[in-house]
Design a binder for this molecule. Structure first.
Ligand code: TXA
Ligand code: MG
Length: 320
């Protein structure tokens, strides 16, 4: 299949109308999108990604009005979050209407919905009379793509188009929130920080499972696997354990200057956590091509987007 890489949303819309699966940009990561109302198209997403059917998909739309067409009784606090942060890196879990096929939600009665903050994808969504379901556009279990080229590298021979929206500005997947009774529960740390959410609606409960799927705990032990083994923790101590090896480093700023690394990825020279988040996945990917045996990383400050970065580093790391 010859692949189209372009910014042309009309071409993208036509492919989606024809039932195809294409790569789309969002502010968080690139998605692998299909018509959420077309079961055969949704099926193709699972095939292209090699994703198990028990892992549900997020539905993307362009406005809060539209969400009401896909979901029943959106709880007030979740609505408040959507009003405040959408379009943006937040996904809400709400009771689905029958119009959303079961394959999208893996048979669950709730659907994840979000309004992505990317001008091309918002324009695309407005041209369509159906919403798009889209997981991150990586083969199942790998690091999410933050550029069109990342999508092409891993899935380019399986899809007809990647809508080229440049680099993802946030660089971490959306934060997922839902309700249990009258409590707001956060199931995935992501591009919207816990602090921003709590400043808006008060204290939330955090329930992060080993997997990103609250309904299927423990299933994704090796999620976000980079190609090389990554060790997270006390960098100088870990360094001493890998004598004779070519050791790479991921760090926020230029730290550990006394150690000699074969390759160093500094995510934000000025120590800006949001900038570091935007650079994280590309940095994880970039090691594979280099002369590195192991990657070391230290925990990031456990606040703001640092929490989500730590979550992704933990998932990417070798479990001891
Ligand atoms: O930022 C994002 O959310 C990106 C972009 C493309 O929008 N999408 C994304 O999708 O990260 P994905 O499929 O890679 O991760 C979504 C996670 C899944 O692992 C799934 O377990 C959870 O969201 N999820 C989706 N729908 C759900 C539902 N109805 N109930 C519980 N969990 C759900
Ligand atoms: Mg994913």
């Amino acid at each position: 299949m010859s692949l189209i890489l372009s910014k042309d949303t009309t071409v993208a819309a036509q492919l989606l109308i024809n039932g195809e699966v294409i790569g789309i940009p969002t502010e968080t990561v690139y998605g692998l999108a299909a018509n959420a109302f077309n079961k055969n198209s949704v099926l193709k997403i699972f095939e292209v990604k090699n994703r198990p059917f028990f892992d549900p998909l997020i539905v993307h739309t362009h406005s809060i009005e539209k969400i009401k067409e896909f979901a029943d009784d959106i709880p007030g606090k979740l609505m408040q979050l959507m009003m405040r942060f959408s379009p943006g890196p937040i996904t809400i879990l709400v009771k689905k209407k029958d119009i959303i096929p079961d394959i999208v939600t893996s048979g669950l009665d709730q659907v994840g919905i979000r309004i992505p903050n990317h001008p091309l994808t918002l324009s695309l969504l407005r041209q369509l009379d159906f919403p798009l379901c889209a997981p991150s556009a990586n083969p199942f279990g790998f690091v999410s793509p933050t550029t069109a080229q990342h999508v092409i590298d891993q899935l380019g021979d399986k899809i007809p188009m990647v809508l080229d929206g440049g680099e993802c500005k946030v660089g971490l997947e959306s934060t997922i929130v839902g309700m249990e009774g009258d409590r707001v529960v956060l199931y995935r740390l992501g591009g919207l920080s816990v602090e921003e959410i709590e400043n808006t609606i008060g204290k939330v409960e955090i329930q992060i499972n080993d997997s990103s799927n609250p309904k299927a705990p423990g299933m994704l032990s090796a999620h976000y696997a980079p190609t090389l083994p990554l060790f997270l923790g006390d960098v100088p101590k870990l360094y001493s354990e890998f004598e004779g090896k070519r050791v790479g480093l991921i760090s926020l700023q230029n730290e550990f200057a006394h150690l000699k690394f074969s390759s160093k990825k500094i995510l934000s020279p000025s120590g800006d956590i949001a900038e570091a988040a935007a650079n994280l996945f590309a940095a994880l990917r970039s090691f594979s091509a280099e002369n590195t045996d192991v990657i070391l990383a230290a925990y990031f400050p456990d606040m703001g987007l640092g929490r989500a970065i730590n979550d992704r580093l933990k998932r990417a790391s070798v479990k001891n």
